[in-house]
Write a protein that binds this ligand. Sequence first.
Ligand SMILES: [Fe+2]
Ligand SMILES: [Zn+2]
Ligand SMILES: [Zn+2]
Length: 392
Amino acid sequence: MIRVEDSIDKLVRDDLALVITWGDGHKSRFDYVWLRDSCCCAECGDPLTATKRISIADIAPTTWARLAAAEGPNLKIEWEDGHTSVYPRAWLRARCNCPESRAARRHLPTLWDSSSSGNLGAIPYSEFSADDEGLLAALEQVRDRGFSLIRTTPARLGTLESIAAKIGFIRETNYGRVYDLVVKPDARLFANRGVLVPPHTDEAYRHHAQGLALFHCLQAAKGGGGVTILVDGFKVAEDLRRENPAAFELLTRVPQQFAQRYDSLDLRSAARLIACDLDGQIVGVRFNMLGSIAPDLPQELISQFYDALRQLAVLHRDTNNWLQILLEPGDLLIIDNERVLHGRTAFDPRAGRRHLRLCYIDRDGYHSTLRVLGRKLGRFGADLVLPSGAAN
Ligand SMILES: [Fe+2]
Ligand SMILES: [Zn+2]
Ligand SMILES: [Zn+2]
């Protein structure tokens, strides 16, 4: 059965494109070059594995369709050079490039602030680990809100790595595969002391920041404090866009510089704090005042840059944007590190040891698992366009 929106009312071939009026009245315009490049025949490639056998260099700039006609559930095109292409019409309709259709294919984040504290949507480990549904539910939370909290996991070493393996590959760094956040009296890193850690994204000093950060609580802080702070970086960036469009625009264009140096390590990046795609949608943020270094910028940009940076920093510091969660032993927090900032309130390490184990997973592996499970479990939107992160 052909759906009405995949049936064709009218086909018009103009000089550059094929214009289809669909059964429901919607109109799509497909450029010949796009259609020819997307040919699904065995000679041109295998769309199943996304393997292509033709190059744009093989397609003449003047390519045009000699004939276009509906054929069963497909659309058949005969090209001027004699090649024939057959496209499933549902496939074409799903790729309409009008603004409304493109917007509908796009994942829209659910923005939040401190008022979401009562609605953490924590998933019990028994549910999470029962089947693919549990895992997908957690990954969909990460996709929609930027974080997911799994409660009552086994509070022992090794749990983090086995859960991470279900999502993707752990990205090994100079810290190793996993990193233990424990309070040490002589700690050089902020995270390993009892002081307040202001909200930040991790590893902003890498050209490609980490995609997901997974925090597994093994021992909670005692005597109060040590509460995890989360900030929705997308929400805060949208606030800045609304309040001061010029500052927002500047931070999407002018990079900040970050570094981390110790022992035999010297990492540096120059990266934009807010990354937007071609359509202006935010696809990633990074923010870490503690890891930033003196910016190397044209003199005329310096004061503007600091003004914009200050406005963003003030929003990040505003506790109305803070979601506060007291992690308990066995809690596992999965964060999209290119969307959600994390921090921690101060606590007294003398009251007892606090131990969190941390690892990172690449963004592309997480997206892949989300798509594969979504398709397997018949989720609408398994093919949504997802934010690509803060890489510049
Ligand atoms: Fe951190
Ligand atoms: Zn072909
Ligand atoms: Zn459309």
